[in-house]
Design a binder for this molecule. Structure first.
Ligand SMILES: [Fe+2]
Length: 387
């Protein structure tokens, strides 16, 4: 891992590409890798941010097909993890694009500790961050400053926040932003303010799991309302929601699943006021931007082809401006935006994406029919030429 500073480019811009829930294994679905590579080559980001569930960490021991465990030791599992991580990191190493990461709930669901896993990411020269000396927080909780184009001062800050961990003994995943993490954020924001002449550094915060208050961006509705999404509440009640058009814009295609343990993250963000947006992954098929009480929240859909998802598979872009760091522009690029709508790109999508059963069946039936028709044509032509 190098420690070179991230800085605004010569045009005074800094382009971040968020890749969330890439969530694949040592046997990667190549259409996702091709989509990401094309996005890197088209957008040329200054930084790629993996926002958790970077690998499908709970299935590293599985056979290539099915879920039978064929790996039995931690050492073997670690090797498979290295291979899975290489599919997302190696293309960036080859392109010399810096990247950073946080964990999601799936990354930690195995025998490997978060520190050991971080060492794999750190083994790549283009990896940035993962360097917090404060050990009251997890390894994927840190801040990553973006310097001015002349590298003389910090202009913007990126907060990377852990929001999921696994109790390995009990084999149980927990979600939340710990009290220690909230306290660390407050301390560090104050330190950065002091360094910055008494002014908070404008920033974006990345974390995998949504804050519980994200539910306030939804409005309860009748189950017959177009786009209504069933949510099973903590008390067992079933309620239907849509995005509240006064508070949010985008796609709600599955329930929002915020973290369980609330330690006052939103209050801390309001108190400090430096965070322009909190950006999540986690709910693979949701993609929206909302605003509550002065804090923008953004949920980005997944990149993974191995796991469930929908037509919103893709990447999110953030454009920062050195001369206006309080503002940022964001937009989402879907698979079809990146790879086009040609027949080859559509077939690759259907073949590799989880689900699409009807289209896959039609594709196989079409290929079989085309094979039979070609065979019949060859047979007919041979018969004809033989007289
Ligand atoms: Fe995920």
């Amino acid at each position: 891992m190098r420690t070179e500073k991230l800085k605004f480019n010569k045009n005074g811009k800094f382009i971040i590409m968020q890749v969330s829930d890439a969530q694949d294994l040592q046997f990667v679905r190549h259409t996702m890798v091709r989509m990401l590579n094309k996005a890197y080559d088209t957008v040329c980001p200054d930084l790629v941010v993996f926002t958790g569930d970077n690998i499908l960490g709970n299935h590293l021991r599985d056979a290539r097909f099915g879920s039978k465990h064929v790996i039995h030791t931690k050492e073997e599992e670690y090797e498979k993890m290295k291979k899975a991580i290489s599919h997302i990191c190696r293309p960036l190493e080859q392109r010399q694009i810096p990247f950073t990461m946080i964990y999601g709930n799936h990354d930690d669901m195995n025998e490997i500790t978060k520190e050991e896993q971080a060492d794999i990411y750190r083994s790549y020269k283009m990896c940035r961050g993962l360097d917090n000396p404060d050990k009251t927080v997890d390894v994927d909780t840190f801040d990553l400053p973006v310097y001015s184009s002349d590298a003389s001062k910090k202009v913007f800050n990126l907060w990377m926040i852990d929001s999921a961990w696994c109790d390995k003994e009990a084999d149980r995943c927990h979600t939340g932003v710990t009290k220690e993490t909230v306290e660390w954020y407050k301390r560090r924001a104050d330190e950065l303010k002091e360094e910055n002449g008494g002014k908070y550094l404008p920033s974006i915060m990345f974390q995998h799991i949504p804050m519980p208050e994200t539910m306030n961006l939804l409005s309860e509705c009748d189950k017959d309302t177009p786009g209504a999404i069933l949510h099973r509440m903590e008390d067992g009640q079933e309620k239907y929601f849509i995005l509240d058009p006064k508070k949010a814009d985008g796609y709600l295609c599955e329930p929002v699943t915020p973290y369980d343990e609330n330690n006052g993250q939103l209050e801390a963000l309001r108190e400090k006021g430096d965070v322009k947006a909190v950006v999540y992954g986690h709910d693979h098929s949701n993609n929206f931007i909302g605003e509550h009480d002065g804090v923008t929240v953004i949920q980005s859909s997944a990149a993974s082809f191995r796991c469930y998802g929908n037509h919103l598979r893709g990447v999110r872009i953030f454009e920062l401006d050195e001369n206006a760091p309080e503002e940022f522009r964001t937009y989402f690029l879907t698979y079809s935006d990146i790879c086009g709508n040609g027949i080859g790109s559509k077939i690759a999508y259907i073949w590799d994406a989880d689900g699409c059963i009807r289209q896959k069946t039609a594709l196989i039936a079409g290929a079989a029919a085309a094979g039979v028709a070609t065979g019949a044509l060859i047979y007919y032509l041979r018969r004809k030429s033989n007289g």
